[in-house]
Design a protein around this ligand. Structure first.
Ligand SMILES: [Zn+2]
Length: 280
């Protein structure tokens, strides 16, 4: 657990999955990335899908929601999807599903939002009945009408469930959801309308890296995901964000890193690297 300003933060270690190592590192060669995260015999690397729980101002907020349970055997096998540890993890934090007041989606790719829905009597319904779901309107519009490259990342039944939940809140640009709790839009690099979450107070700041900096292995600015729709925009946003993080000594949260939850960073001769790792 970690305190930032008026908020306490805690990782919910709910689920893991595997993705092709090449898709996680784009043009960065395997000979180099396999030293950072070793692949399995199918060239896949194991990644976390952490949810960040933020408590304060009477609210229990989640950032992203992993993949959840509503997946068929084929998908479970492709992603080597782990069990879903949501209830245990909430319990460790002294909470139940009904206590969650808000869920922030950094974007609507399935590994960030599908876990907010589960199948009941053949329908996908909200896992968090008391929660509002926040997403950038631009991202939602892309999710309902995806380009061919991203079509398999925006899984329609979950997007439809979000819309039908009656709990969706579309936001446009920067929003201070609560004092010291901001939704920060990015350029359309990883996807259109991707947003990060920034929490600050008492001189401290933590930024959730979303899929802009999904792991510590992606701190190097040119090391992007093959999923990114506009790599140059990712590089620009990453340079800008890392400048702030370095200069202002912010803490950075990694949702997909298999080993490190959060870290302060520093610059070595070539890249930005982890300075101190933290458990959250
Ligand atoms: Zn994504």
């Amino acid at each position: 657990m970690l305190s930032v300003g008026d908020y306490t933060l805690k990782t919910l270690d709910v689920q893991d999955f595997s993705l092709d190592g090449g898709s996680v590192f784009g043009v960065f060669p395997r000979a180099l990335w396999e030293k950072l995260i070793p692949p399995d015999h199918l060239n896949r690397i194991r990644l976390s899908m952490r949810i960040l729980l933020v408590r304060g101002k009477g609210r229990n907020i989640l950032v992203d929601a992993a993949m959840g349970t509503a997946w068929n055997e084929k998908a479970r096998k492709i992603y080597d999807l782990s069990e879903w540890r949501l209830d245990e993890e909430l319990q460790r934090a002294g909470l139940e599903r009904n206590d969650i007041t808000d869920v922030i989606f950094t974007h609507l790719h399935f590994d960030h939002m599908a876990g907010a829905f589960e199948e009941k009597k053949g329908r996908l319904v909200s896992v968090f009945p008391g929660a509002r779901f926040y997403v950038q309107e631009k991202n939602y519009l892309t999710a309902v009408n995806p380009n061919l490259k991203e079509k398999s990342s925006y899984v329609f039944p979950f997007i439809e469930a979000l819309e039908k939940s009656g709990s969706m809140e579309l936001v446009d640009g920067f929003v201070e959801l609560l004092p010291g709790f901001g939704l920060v839009p990015l350029g359309d690099g990883h996807t259109a309308g991707h947003q990060l979450v920034k929490i600050n107070g008492n001189g401290e700041t933590l930024v959730h890296g979303g899929d802009l900096i999904p792991s510590s292995a992606h701190l190097a600015v040119t090391r992007g995901l093959a999923f990114d729709i506009a790599p140059l925009d990712v590089i620009r946003d990453k340079v800008l964000l890392l400048d702030d993080i370095l200069e202002k000594k912010w803490l950075l949260y990694f949702a997909h890193d298999p080993f490190i939850e959060a870290a302060t960073v520093r610059k070595d001769e070539k890249h930005v690297v982890v300075d101190r790792a933290f458990r959250v």
